[in-house]
Design a protein around this ligand. Sequence first.
Ligand SMILES: C[S@@+](CC[C@H](N)C(=O)[O-])C[C@H]1O[C@@H](n2cnc3c(N)ncnc32)[C@H](O)[C@@H]1O
Length: 265
Amino acid sequence: MPINDAAARGFERGADDYERARPGYPRAVFDLLTDELPLRPRTRACDLAAGTGKFTRGLLNSGATVVAVEPVHAMRRKLAVVCPEAEILDGTAEAIPLADRSIDVVTVAQAFHWFEAEPALAEIHRVLRPGGGLALVWNVRDESVDWVHQFTELIVERSGGRPYTPYHATARGDAEAMDERLAVVDEVGGFTPLRHATFDNSQPIDVDGVVARAASTSFVSALPDDRREALLAEVRHLVETHPQTAGRERFAFPHRTDVTWCHTV
Ligand SMILES: C[S@@+](CC[C@H](N)C(=O)[O-])C[C@H]1O[C@@H](n2cnc3c(N)ncnc32)[C@H](O)[C@@H]1O
């Protein structure tokens, strides 16, 4: 099954900006998952939709053996440089190139919203051993901060795509919206009840970083050159003139990291 076209084109072209500008994940997330999934030195973990390896590197630091699955060639190329210890496979969530019950832990960071949820969950369930752990992780921008809200609106208006669709489709970043998005995991069955945790994850950034962050959004990097450049100029203007960011060399890009986890039954 091919992946979403905006993801395929956008992540192929935006891999460098992605690696440069997207936030990583706080150490506390890996401490939690080490205890809860658990992650141990002999754990065989699959980082599904691994991208450039922003989450993979934390998994490797836990001592786990990691196989990273990623369908986009440009992302895999970066991943190989950043995480040479990981085994890297071309594949999708809907057709995971791993044997039945061969994996202790599956992690999906910033990507479950791209999947066809039901076939992907069936595949995740198939590759996990009984009692294996699944973690779904998202970095979510703090839209209550005005310049961040305006940043998101610019991208939505100019590209027609909504980054992190499940949250913004409901116009809320709250627990209720998260429950709606994740209800499918309960519906398909085969997993223990979901548990949730949230961590602060503010990212120090500068104006160029915010522009690269916009460029790394799949909908933006998939735009024709003239529209992409016009949008990126507007993003630069926003950050250079907004009272919360104007004249500041570095400032915080506020985020939180939401973690949801469960085990197969
Ligand atoms: C926003 S990036 C997240 C990358 C990485 N996990 C991270 O946390 O930075 C989303 C990734 O999902 C991948 N992706 C999109 N659709 C997919 C699918 N159906 N199966 C597997 N990966 C997919 C994209 O190629 C992209 O690398």
